[in-house]
Design a protein around this ligand. Structure first.
Ligand code: MN3
Length: 205
């Protein structure tokens, strides 16, 4: 099986009280695991493709065989998006970015508070299931994107460096219909050093 579920880099309860342990356990062990399983099943007949990094498949979605394109878009997107999501959160998260990332945010959005307001509004305004993203283009310029379902910014030529899962499975147990409360709590677990490393990596592609 070429694609594997990555381990969480912390325990299920590490992001309490902002993200509850039961949600984390189900989200990682059932939802993310399900995307990996279905992606592998879809690619079983295509060993040449299943040996590629998931980023490569998502970037070249339109050139994939038609019969597997929806599965890569949905389950491959789900695998990549969640792998990023777990990494950009940490129990000692929150606070403010520094260095190059702080400068890029200021340049694109004015200041951190304005960025967080715009990002939160994008997350709140995404109708139905989807994601909000901070993404970098190939010049390092940042933008806020929202996407439906498991669509990845990679397929639109952008490199996501921060992402927020706004499917109900990500927050419903603790927050029910209060998506805005989930979004504002989530800022407390964002790991800015990881986001900064993602930005640096995107410039070296
Ligand atoms: Mn999810």
């Amino acid at each position: 099986m070429p694609f594997i579920l990555p381990s969480l880099p912390y325990s299920f309860d590490a992001l309490e009280p902002h993200l509850d342990a039961r949600t984390m356990e189900l989200h990682h062990g059932k939802h993310h695991a399900g995307y990996v399983e279905k992606l592998n099943a879809a690619l079983a007949k295509y060993p040449d493709l299943s040996n590629q990094p998931i980023e490569t498949l998502l970037r070249s979605l339109s050139s994939l065989p038609e019969e597997i394109r929806p599965a890569v878009r949905n389950h491959g997107g789900g695998h990549f998006n969640h792998s990023l999501f777990w990494k950009i959160m940490a129990p000692d998260g929150g606070g403010e970015p520094t260095g190059e990332l702080a400068a890029a945010i200021t340049s694109a959005f004015g200041d951190l508070k304005s960025f967080q307001e715009k990002f939160s509004a994008a997350a709140l305004g995404q109708f139905g299931s989807g994601w909000a993203w901070l993404a970098a283009d190939n010049t390092g310029k940042l933008s806020i994107i929202s996407s439906p379902n498991q669509d990845s910014p990679l397929s639109a030529g952008e490199m996501p460096i921060l992402g927020l899962d706004i499917w109900e499975h990500a927050y419903y147990l603790k927050y029910q219909n209060r998506r805005a409360d989930y979004i504002s709590a989530w800022w407390n677990v964002v790991s800015w050093p990881v986001v900064a490393a993602n930005l640096s990596a995107s410039r070296n592609l």
